[in-house]
Design a protein around this ligand. Structure first.
Ligand code: HMG
Ligand code: MG
Length: 303
């Protein structure tokens, strides 16, 4: 059996990926409190918000308010999504540590999500990446639909490699291999990662797995087997993408941390505090956390 990494770094994307699809507006103060609870639980990276059209994603319209409300904890990296120069210019005064450009391995998803082809998206991203790097802001690239697409079905690893190469070519520093609709299984996810590794080294590749078909934890393990040490997950399993109908949230951060604790892999995250953060936002949304580990821990606490 392959040796698993000793440390895993988690980016909690709950405030952004998790909440972007919520129909009822979540007050900025609640989002800020969620970020505070995540950093208090030991998360070193938090994806806070996005600078996209409020007509497309109304829930993220309060990006300035949320970024301004956060009391930053030293050492924590706060990232935001910026699909174009307009979004980057809007984000700049809010001083993100990292911006994320987001493309897709599938043409159809690119059109639905960001209203342009893959090639056009790269043209739009290039000046954003250049400006960010000139301003000393780190750049991540999210790659959607790396195993399956809601419109095109299965996606070949070659398409993932192609997108990763384009991202590398414009100066993106690290990329997320995203299973947007959670259809990936361990072998398919490993192939998507291997295609990405032709362009980025292992420390610059992260796994971003939605849990729609209950495969995300297995996919996380499979990604660790090929050496991946960076993952995105969402507290309380919040989320879904508005342009991927039926797709549910990311793998719950609580479930990932529970598994990693059991494997003796360090994350720097306090599971109890994380469960509290997940309960806080789930209570606000009026539902149980979408995390079996969190629910089990809460039940145990209730005695
Ligand atoms: P567009 O319509 O092609 O752009 O949208 P446009 O340049 O023609 O502008 C149209 C209108 O949008 C104009 O306003 C612009 O000012 C405005 P109007 O004249 O109609 O009033 N606009 C903007 N407003 C605010 N911020 C901006 C911005 N840009 C233009 N940055 C655009 C292109 C990308 C903006 C649009 O398609 C959009 O906002 N899409 C939303 C994409 C999104 O947020 N998707 C969810 C996040 S991605 C995700 O969840 C996947 C991920 O988790 C990985 C995975 O799981 O796969 C990352
Ligand atoms: Mg996502």
């Amino acid at each position: 059996m392959s040796k698993l990494p000793a440390h895993i770094r988690i980016i909690d994307v709950g405030p952004r990926d998790g909440l972007q699809n919520e129909k009822q507006p979540v007050p900025a103060a609640v989002k800020v409190e969620l970020v505070h609870r995540l950093q208090a639980a030991g998360l070193a990276e938090i994806e806070v918000t996005s600078y996209v059209s409020p007509k497309w994603v109304p829930q993220m319209a309060d990006n300035h308010e949320v970024m301004a409300g956060i009391q930053r904890k030293p050492g924590v990296r706060y990232s935001v999504l910026t699909p174009n120069k307009r979004g980057f210019n809007d984000a700049l005064p809010d001083k993100p540590d990292e911006i994320v450009v987001f493309g897709a391995a599938s043409e159809a998803f690119s059109q639905k999500n960001i209203n342009c082809s893959i090639a056009e998206s790269i043209e739009r991203f290039a000046p954003v990446v250049e400006a960010a790097r000139a301003a000393g802001i780190a750049v991540r690239g999210a790659m959607s639909c790396t195993v399956g697409c809601p419109y095109e079905g299965e996606i070949a690893p070659e398409k993932v490699g192609y997108l990763a190469g384009l991202m590398k070519g414009i100066g993106v520093q690290r990329v997320d291999v995203a299973d947007t609709i959670g259809v990936g299984t361990p072998n398919k996810v490993q192939k998507a990662i291997e295609a990405t590794l032709r362009h980025f080294d292992i420390d610059h590749v992260s796994g971003h797995f939605h849990d729609t078909y209950g495969q995300a934890l297995a996919n996380t393990y499979a990604a660790m087997e090929v050496g991946v040490r960076n993952f995105q997950s969402s507290v309380a399993g919040l989320g879904g993408c508005p342009y991927a109908k039926g797709a549910t949230g990311n793998v719950a951060t609580e479930d990932v941390v529970f598994m990693l604790n059991g494997l003796g892999i360090e994350t720097g995250i306090d599971l109890d505090k994380l469960v509290d953060a997940g309960k806080f936002i789930s209570d606000h949304l009026g539902r149980k956390p979408q995390s079996l580990a969190a629910v089990a821990i809460l039940n145990k606490r209730a005695g």
